[in-house]
Design a protein around this ligand. Structure first.
Ligand code: ATP
Ligand code: MG
Length: 387
């Protein structure tokens, strides 16, 4: 039986002139995702990509990997049947035998991309439904909430039979929305922030600040694992690891304790913007969410934002912690993020941070520091991560 994987395109089909370019990015990303699992070809027709493959191809692993490719709204493996409807009915039964046996209720949904096909969609539903009932007398028809929906799609090349498709990653293809530098801590929030911006088409690189010996190699290892997990969605991620110890110690020694966090975050942003400029990233991405901690009040965000010449994207700004945790579960980063290793942000946290700092007081406090010399000769290590 000939089989194929159908990739249903999402938002890109609305993109007019850009559509072809976006489709090409999805095909390229999909091909990369399918490396090493057997020979296959990807073609495009009628808002759908078709993955045809040879016998040695591992289609289940392929679906798993393709479900992480942005731009694909839904995906499924389908049996390709001839236009002869009697033949198609038999293949549908054979292809879905296992699912039909364990289901109690079912329905048939038909779609015709080829309007010249001699049977209407309702007729396809009725005839295929009757046939499947004869073959599976235990089944009942349920049009509203069936255990299984059998899809029959009349397209170029035949009638494609499949069960309900799996939800795809959605969004826009990676790289179609410019490049962003993600501030990646070891926490729950920042990997989710990176994922959400990548889903809107951004190419992601990451920057992490560590403060050895206050932060341990295991804490850094955790961040590397998160970068690797994220790269399953984004493609290869370059991670810049910055040694932040001297700067943190100097702020701690020289500045008011309650201003420590905001001043530290302004340094983080200065360094991040400098790297962003070097790698042509047009925006910084953080996992901040309004009011979550003292450094994420509106006043604190205003003070940090002022330092950045490029936009700072905070895709989690309006989400509750539980919403963020749900995302982290879904994208597979929660477990790693929950490992209890320290972050440089928490090591020096003051007991009573100022929650409503004013820019003038922060700038005045920073005058106690030689900012330029602190920013010189910082150790930065570059590593690359691929899922
Ligand atoms: P997260 O779960 O992402 O760690 P958080 O609740 O711990 O978030 P903060 O520690 O205030 O919040 O950090 C806010 C954001 O600042 C993080 O989401 C991340 O984008 C960035 N950030 C914090 N610590 C670091 C770090 N060590 N390296 C790089 N970015 C960081
Ligand atoms: Mg954190």
């Amino acid at each position: 039986m000939e089989q194929v994987i159908l990739l249903k395109l999402g938002e890109v089909v609305l993109k007019g002139l850009n559509r072809r370019k976006l489709e090409e990015i999805i095909i390229k990303t999909a091909k990369t995702a399918l490396e090493n699992i057997g020979a296959c070809r990807i073609t495009s027709a009628q808002s759908t990509l078709y993955v045809t493959f040879d016998e040695d191809f591992d289609a289940d692993t392929a679906i798993d990997r393709l479900s992480k490719v942005f731009g694909i709204a839904a995906l499924t493996k389908a049996a390709v049947c001839p236009f002869d409807f009697n033949e198609a009915k038999k293949i549908a039964q054979q292809y879905l035998a296992k699912e039909l046996l364990t289901a109690k209720t079912f329905r048939v949904t038909a779609k015709r991309a080829i309007k010249a096909y001699p049977m209407t969609s309702p007729k396809i539903c009725t005839e295929l439904g009757e046939y499947l009932l004869e073959q599976n007398p235990h089944l009942l028809v349920d049009l509203h909430d069936p255990d299984i929906t059998v899809y029959a799609e009349v397209r170029e090349g035949g009638i494609y039979i499949h069960p309900s498709p799996k939800k795809g990653a959605g969004g826009l293809p990676c790289g179609s929305g410019g490049s962003g530098l993600l501030m990646l801590s070891g926490g729950i929030d920042s990997p989710v922030a990176g994922y959400l911006m990548a889903r809107r088409g951004m190419n992601i690189s990451a920057i992490h600040f560590q403060s050895p010996p206050y932060t341990s190699p295991r804490a850094l290892q955790k961040v590397c694992t998160l970068a690797k997990l994220l790269s399953g969605y984004t493609g290869k991620i370059t991670l810049y690891t910055v040694n932040f110890t001297r700067i943190q110690e100097t702020i701690k020694t020289c500045c008011r304790d309650d201003f420590f966090t905001v001043i530290m975050r302004r340094f983080m942003l200065r360094i991040a913007c400098d790297i962003a400029e070097k790698i042509n990233a047009g925006a910084i991405i953080t996992g901040e969410s309004l009011g979550q901690v003292a450094s994420q009040t509106l006043e604190a965000i205003i003070c940090t934002d002022k330092i950045s010449p490029i936009p700072v994207f905070r895709p989690l700004i309006g989400l509750d912690k539980q919403d963020i945790i749900n995302y982290a579960y879904d994208i597979g980063t929660y477990e790693t993020s929950s490992l209890p290793f320290e972050d440089c942000c928490t090591v020096f946290t003051p007991k009573h941070p100022k929650t409503k700092p004013h820019l003038e007081e922060i700038e005045k406090e920073e005058k106690k520091l030689d900012i330029q010399s602190l920013l010189e000769n910082i150790e930065i290590e570059k590593t690359e991560w691929v899922y």
